[in-house]
Design a protein around this ligand. Structure first.
Ligand code: TYD
Ligand code: MG
Length: 461
């Protein structure tokens, strides 16, 4: 089993084959010419080829004939948006996430709704028995006549069922448990995952069936299996959230058919429910009047969402102060602490700092800098920021506040959610869109702290 079947040793000089690597070719007598080559199996991943019998010569891009099949709804407005506007026929989508986060729930709901509104769906459950899937489908109200179910892990049989049924959507739960019988390695191994995905890719592209595959996530957060999986699929969706809360976030990290959006769900007794107003959800439990809490409008895909950024700064009892983040890059925190020390004069070095973006969102844009820096200073000075003010801006190393993209959209979302004031980069101050809303332009971090009403002195207890 351990013997590699798909590689061979070949002399680059004379082309002679060898059984194993050697420094010297016994056929031609050359040194250091023997290399390992991978023999391409029939099913190795290799892009998409035209079907046999069609004209394959290059043509001008404008002359490529196509009939675009219209997208169809997954039955969930949130998932439709994350997919870039509905399910694209023939697309290949990978859904990743921790065990128990709700991947099977999401796809069972999708199967039920698509089967009812569009046509047959084939759900291949290689992990659970048909009884288990049925119980879940009953619970979710997803039982439909053309929602077809099979517990099978053999790719050859899955291919046959697929040809017989010609479904609109094929769901494979999960890619780590299916296997090709002609490959000796175990299901879930790199070779199996790659070869099965390659076969599913061809099935999707040749049949116009949209294929959704579930992928487990390793402890490090990567989708288990080869990286090539992420390159092969059209769309990669990560299902995220804290399992002990009811909120789940589905995030597109790659999408050939649209912007990288997020969708927000609430997990209840009857499955996942769309949360159309994410800002309201993220702000619903915020502590009014607590220091270290700042609201920042972030852009997720094309949508502005208000997120609460929390900071807690307290004197450390360790030799090295701790810096911990949740949903925010730790390097961003380190940098802002350094800027607060050097440019504002807040001696934060001997303090632990913990920061968190609430609601389980991951913020990865510089527009959060100013809000985060103010939250840190607010916690350090124990001085709360006005709860109806949002803070937007990038912070430079000199302590200057820099412009950010899509400011108007961010401000509109804040005004819509009942906020009254925004602290923004000075260069953007002219864009006021609402007379009932105050824009305060700031050029430096110090000005921003003044505008937020935060003094420079630590409160004494
Ligand atoms: P599941 O979809 O099986 O997760 P995954 O496929 O990602 O491993 O979801 C499992 C969790 O969801 C489990 O803890 C039970 C919970 N759940 C609900 O809270 N409500 C429901 O209606 C369903 C079907 C599951
Ligand atoms: Mg599952």
């Amino acid at each position: 089993m351990s013997k590699k079947k798909n590689t061979v040793w070949i002399c680059q000089s004379c082309g002679a084959k060898a059984f194993k690597w050697a420094g010297y070719c016994s056929s031609c007598g050359e040194w250091n010419t023997i290399v390992e080559e991978v023999i391409r199996s029939e099913d190795s991943p290799r892009g998409i080829s035209a079907p046999a019998g069609t004209d394959v010569r290059p043509v001008a891009v404008g002359h490529v004939s196509f009939t675009e099949a219209p997208r169809f709804s997954s039955g969930s407005a949130e998932l439709d948006r994350v997919l870039g506007g509905g399910i694209v026929p023939g697309s290949f989508v990978l859904v990743g996430g921790d065990p128990g986060i709700g991947k099977s729930t999401l796809l069972t709901q999708l199967a039920g709704r698509v089967a009812e509104s569009k046509g047959p769906v084939l759900y291949v459950s290689a992990e659970e028995s048909p009884q288990q899937v049925r119980i879940r489908a009953e619970r979710l109200g997803a039982v439909a006549d053309s929602f077809m179910l099979v517990s099978e892990a053999d790719m050859e049989l899955i291919d046959e069922y697929m040809k017989a049924l010609q479904p609109e959507v094929l769901i494979v739960d999960s890619i780590q448990t299916v296997y090709k019988p002609d490959i000796p390695s175990a299901p879930g191994s790199v070779v199996q995952v790659r070869e099965c995905a390659a076969q599913l890719l061809r099935m999707a592209k040749n049949s116009k069936t949209a294929v959704f595959i579930v992928g487990h996530v390793t402890k490090e957060g990567a989708i288990a299996g080869p990286r090539i999986l992420e390159h092969m699929v059209d769309t990669v969706l990560y299902f995220d959230g804290e399992r002990h809360t009811q909120y789940r976030i589905i995030q597109a990290v790659k999408n050939r058919f649209g912007a990288l959006e997020i969708g927000v769900y609430e997990m209840g007794d009857n499955g996942l429910k769309d949360v159309p107003n994410a800002s309201e959800l993220f702000l619903s439990e915020r502590p009014i009047g607590a220091s270290g809490s700042v609201i920042v409008p972030v852009i997720e895909g094309t949508r502005p969402i208000l997120v609460e950024v929390q900071a807690l700064v307290s004197s450390t009892s360790y030799q090295n102060a701790r810096r911990t983040t949740n949903g925010i890059d730790v390097n961003r925190l380190q940098l802002l602490i350094a800027v607060l020390e050097k440019r504002v004069g807040l001696p934060m070095g001997g303090n632990d700092a913990f920061v968190k973006a609430t609601g389980g969102v991951k913020i990865d844009e510089p527009a959060v800098d100013l809000g985060l820096a103010v939250a840190l200073a607010s916690s350090y000075c124990d001085c709360p920021v006005d709860p109806y003010t949002v803070i937007i801006g990038e912070v430079g190393l000199a302590g200057e506040v820099r412009a950010v993209t899509q400011l108007e959209q961010r401000i509109k979302e804040a005004a819509k959610m009942g906020f009254k004031k925004a602290i923004v980069p000075a260069s953007a101050c002219k864009n006021n869109i609402d007379p009932g809303f105050t824009l305060v332009g700031v050029g430096t971090l110090i000005e921003a702290l003044h505008a937020a009403g935060i003094g420079g002195r630590k409160k004494q207890h």
